[in-house]
Design a protein around this ligand. Structure first.
Ligand SMILES: Cc1cc2nc3c(=O)[nH]c(=O)nc-3n(C[C@H](O)[C@H](O)[C@H](O)COP(=O)(O)OP(=O)(O)OC[C@H]3O[C@@H](n4cnc5c(N)ncnc54)[C@H](O)[C@@H]3O)c2cc1C
Length: 450
């Protein structure tokens, strides 16, 4: 008998077992979005969170892209806890002591009525979103860990056991929004054998600097505006990347590191992060800042190739648990993808309830995910994670960019200036990239990013 069948149905049919139309496991962005949609649709929904409050167990870089939030909650800007609106996006290619910056300033992103992206603290953001679900009628159960799915005699998920006293919570639908490495999706056998190669480890330090110092060092025009820096070439022999984001009074600096790369090179994440902080282009931005927090968390980085089966009878999987996070080099977007998939899961559950079972939530949800930007972007960018983690991108590209910039901008009078083609050829040669290899990499990038 499979483990999840061990609790006899009599135990969950007992008179004192609480019943909910839906039990959502995890009050991260995916779970709270699902609970919000379900509660608005009139369902009796429980939102389980193992932390003492939503967000207390969560760690991320810091930037939220709110377009999908605005669709779900049109007046979200009236109450959402924002740190800074991002008005400058920088991609930094680093190589030993050098750095080549590609910066994009966009004052329209600073529009308080329509920010493109903002930084936020997860405890504040997650508690806010869960609070909206509660205001819509959901029951939040904090400090409650789901420990097991319970199936009925037909093999359908019919209850969730928790670490609380008492019988499992009976339900028609469990939404597993329990984050990366979802225990529930694994237990239900929905995962595609996602091993370590499907994940990266994110590590982050929060450093106190003060608002004025942030605005001075990061040269932002107005208070409330901030900067997002993505960094390539800063992780040594371990494939990955770095980030630096500005909050109101603090900055977040971190790395995303291949798990298999960490194991193979026996590298220590905190040492790699130290090295990034000491880079001559980063150190002046952080100098003297007060270390406040350090944390680490898994990221389901592999994308579409690792999507699990998104549901079965009585169970849907959303957010990081469903590998919905988009980690595609140019973009690291998890929260908006989690919100979108959670909301779709909530809608799919309602479709099954409202049709008295004629519609199958798992099928409705799978189609909705395929048709939404979540599925479309993941399918389109399915080769991106591998390309981004390849040696050509990790080592060749930053070296090439820095050699090329150095070739072009170093003045060597009385030597004549090199032609651009010759400079590019010399930079490729010094980066260890053959012209054939460079051509193949460009073609691969074009095919991957379209
Ligand atoms: C270092 C790092 C940097 C990142 N940077 C960004 C960024 O800047 N922008 C961005 O959009 N995304 C970023 N991401 C990705 C983003 O954090 C995730 O994609 C997003 O949090 C997924 O939301 P979720 O609701 O699916 O899962 P989570 O946010 O992980 O929430 C899952 C919730 O479930 C709870 N839970 C787990 N198991 C149980 C259980 N058994 N019972 C009860 N509760 C349970 C957890 O406590 C948690 O609250 C980053 C991630 C990392 C690690």
């Amino acid at each position: 008998m499979p483990k999840e069948m061990e609790v006899p149905m009599t135990a969950i049919e007992g008179g004192n077992a609480a019943y909910f139309d839906a039990v959502v496991v995890g009050a991260g962005p995916a779970g709270s979005a699902a609970a919000l949609v379900l509660a608005r649709g009139g369902a009796k929904v429980a939102l389980l969170e193992r932390g003492t409050e939503p967000g207390s167990k969560n760690l991320y870089g810091g930037v939220i892209y709110p377009a999908i939030l605005a669709q779900l909650i049109p007046d979200y800007l009236e109450s959402v806890p924002i740190e800074r609106r991002i008005t400058r996006r920088i991609t930094m290619l680093v190589d030993d002591g050098r750095a080549t910056w590609l910066a994009h300033d966009n004052p329209s992103w600073g529009d308080p009525a329509a920010p493109n992206a903002f930084t936020a603290y997860r405890p504040a953001f997650d508690s806010w979103l869960a609070g909206l679900a509660v205001a819509a009628g959901a029951t939040l159960l904090p400090s409650t860990t789901a420990t097991r799915l319970v199936r009925d005699a037909y093999g359908h998920v019919a209850a969730v056991a928790t670490d609380r006293e008492g019988p499992p919570l009976r339900t028609r639908m469990v939404i597993a929004a329990d984050g990366a490495n979802s225990f529930l999706a694994r237990q239900a056998g929905l995962m595609k054998g996602a091993g370590a190669e499907g994940y990266t480890l994110g590590v982050k330090r929060v450093l106190g600097l003060g608002a004025e110092e942030i605005e001075r060092r990061f040269n932002v025009a107005s208070p409330g505006e901030g900067v997002d820096i993505e960094i390539l070439g800063c992780t040594g022999e371990v494939p990955g990347g770095g980030f630096l984001y500005t909050n109101s009074e603090t900055v977040a600096v971190g790395l995303v590191l291949s798990l298999t790369g960490l194991a193979a090179t026996k590298s220590r994440p905190e040492e790699l992060l130290e090295r990034l902080q000491r880079h001559p282009s980063i150190e002046p931005l952080l100098h003297g800042a007060e270390p406040l927090e350090y944390g680490a968390h898994l990221i389901p980085e592999a994308g579409f190739s690792h999507w699990p089966r998104l549901g079965s009878k009585g169970l849907l999987v959303a957010g990081d648990a469903a590998f919905a996070c988009l980690a595609a080099g140019l973009w690291l977007e998890g929260v908006n993808y989690a919100i979108a998939s959670g909301a779709e899961a909530g809608r799919a559950a309602l479709a099954e309830f409202d049709s008295h079972g004629a519609a199958d939530a798992a099928a409705v949800y799978a189609s909705a995910m395929e048709a939404s930007f979540v599925g479309i972007n993941h399918r389109r960018l399915r080769h991106a994670p591998r390309l981004v983690m390849s040696r050509a991108t990790q080592v060749g590209l930053p070296r090439f960019a820095n050699h090329l910039a150095s070739e072009i901008f170093s003045v060597r009078d009385p030597e004549p200036k090199p032609g651009l083609a010759r400079a590019a050829y010399a930079a490729a040669h010094r980066s260890g990239v053959s012209p054939l290899g460079a051509g193949a990499a460009v073609l691969r990038a074009l095919r991957t990013f379209g």
